[in-house]
Design a protein around this ligand. Structure first.
Ligand code: UD1
Ligand code: MG
Length: 435
């Protein structure tokens, strides 16, 4: 029988000092709890999530990513605490893994390790450098005696560095015996799941520690810890990518979210940020470019380019200070200082420096369509909706307010006047350079 995995996600996360429920705070672009469920699903499809604080928000966030999760609502008022959370779940397997929803670095292999010992209760124990904030695991002659929460610990207990990671593998028999005995006789007046240790020992159940690494089992309770966990996950993401053939220059300056996918040989230069649901194939992303929710294939992007969501760029060169949004570019050169939004641009077209697609009229967004082999001169404005057909020529500085037919020239310029001798008439005889 597959184990049941129970993820505790009903807490508020007061220490995050945020209106967003703790488990929805993001790490590398996805909520903490997303990472946990993704790894859990590799082990079993039997997953229960305990919700309570902002329950609908948490449920909706998870339902948008996963099917078939079972949700249970905790009575936070009458049964607060991690024990109260577990009391609200329906147990559906003989072996249950319980994990806190704030440990985003856990992986499937770690969960499997917890199932290895044939004991009634297996606890993931961290030998922490700084045990602060964790429940201390009191071990005597190699045997776990109890878990004491920091707020209930004596000074001597606080010095203990073996701490509870918040992951447990428990038999149905033990859990069903323990839950009716829960009490809230402690400093926080909460029902602690961790009391299960003393209960198990007193009732003759077997309890075993599995020693685990804090880099994979850390709990996130504050925005500082969120940043520590995110750094660890970022290094993992980049290592996986590099081992799969992506070149990353100066990795510490690069940020790539968990949902980003690469194919072929790619190179990422320093300072690049790649977010969301982005796919990059055989491309070179130069320094300090930002790419979000887009598809980039066989292209060179940047330095200092910004590719906003829903862009689809292929066989193209996008240069510095060019911003592209919701546009499809195939075989295009846009080298400098442009804004291209809600556009479709076809093969062999050159977008000059400073070209702007004016896609927004103050009320609505409109489309710009540019065909093949078009030359769009520098500093042109294309007032959308507008279509520029194949092999047409837009002169520099033109404001295009009408569709341009294939093969034609569009030019709008105020006539240039040159007044001979103006400088001296204006400044008189003084030497302007010395002014
Ligand atoms: C908990 C453990 C502590 C352990 C630490 C590891 C208890 C009593 N303490 O402390 O021993 O060292 O995790 O990170 O279990 N939750 C609910 N309902 C609640 C309260 C919390 O579902 O009523 C959920 C939270 O959403 C969170 C998880 O349980 O995902 C842990 O809660 P948290 O408040 O972070 O517990 P810690 O104080 O970190
Ligand atoms: Mg915690």
């Amino acid at each position: 029988m597959d184990p049941q995995i129970v993820v505790l996600a009903a807490g508020k996360g007061t220490r995050m000092k945020s209106s967003l429920p703790k488990v929805l705070h993001k790490i590398c672009g996805k909520p903490m709890i997303y990472h946990i469920i993704k790894e859990s699903l590799k082990l079993t499809s039997n997953i229960a999530v305990i919700i309570g604080h902002e329950s609908e928000t948490v449920k909706n966030a998870l339902e948008s990513e996963f099917d078939n999760l079972k949700f249970f609502l905790q009575d936070l008022e009458n049964l607060p605490g991690t024990g109260g959370a577990v009391k609200s779940v329906e147990i559906t397997s003989d072996r249950i893994i319980i994990l806190n929803g704030d440990m985003p670095l856990i992986r499937q292999e770690h969960l499997s390790r917890l199932l290895e010992p044939e004991s009634d209760l297996t606890i993931g124990v961290i030998e922490a450098e700084d045990p602060k904030g964790y429940g201390r695991v009191i071990i005597n002659n190699g045997e776990i005696v109890k878990i004491v929460e920091e707020k209930d610990a004596t000074e001597e207990e606080k010095r203990v560095k073996s701490v509870n990671s918040g992951v447990y593998a428990i038999t149905r028999e033990l859990l069903e015996a323990f839950l009716p005995t829960l009490s809230n006789d402690n400093a926080q007046k909460e029902y602690y799941l961790t009391d299960i240790v003393e209960f198990a020992i007193n009732e003759g159940f077997e309890v075993k520690p599995v020693f685990v690494d804090e880099r994979s089992f850390m709990g996130v309770n504050s925005k500082y810890e969120l940043s520590v966990a995110e750094d660890i996950m970022q290094s993992r993401i980049q290592k996986d990518l590099m081992l799969n053939g992506v070149t990353i220059r100066s990795p510490k300056t690069v940020f790539i979210e968990a949902g980003v996918k690469f194919e072929g040989e790619c190179e990422i230069e320093p300072g690049v940020v790649i977010k969301g649901d982005t796919f990059i194939k055989s491309s070179h992303i130069k320094a300090n470019s930002v790419i979000e929710d887009s598809k980039i294939e066989f292209s060179v992007i940047g330095p200092f380019a910004r590719i906003r969501p829903k862009s689809d760029i292929r066989d193209s060169t996008i240069g510095n200070f060019t911003e592209i949004k919701k546009s499809s570019l195939k075989g295009v050169k846009a080298g400098h200082l442009s804004y291209i939004g809600d556009s479709e641009i076809d093969e062999g077209t050159n977008i000059g420096a400073g070209v702007i697609t004016c896609n927004y009229d103050g009320k609505n967004k409109h489309k710009t369509v540019i065909g093949k082999g078009v030359f769009v001169g520098s500093d042109s404005q294309l007032i959308a909706p507008v279509t520029i057909e194949d092999e047409s020529f837009i002169a520099a500085g033109t404001t295009v307010t009408k569709n341009v037919k294939s093969g034609s020239l569009a030019i709008s310029r105020a006539p240039l006047k040159i007044l001979d001798g103006f400088y001296k008439r204006f400044f008189g005889n003084k030497d302007a350079a010395k002014k």
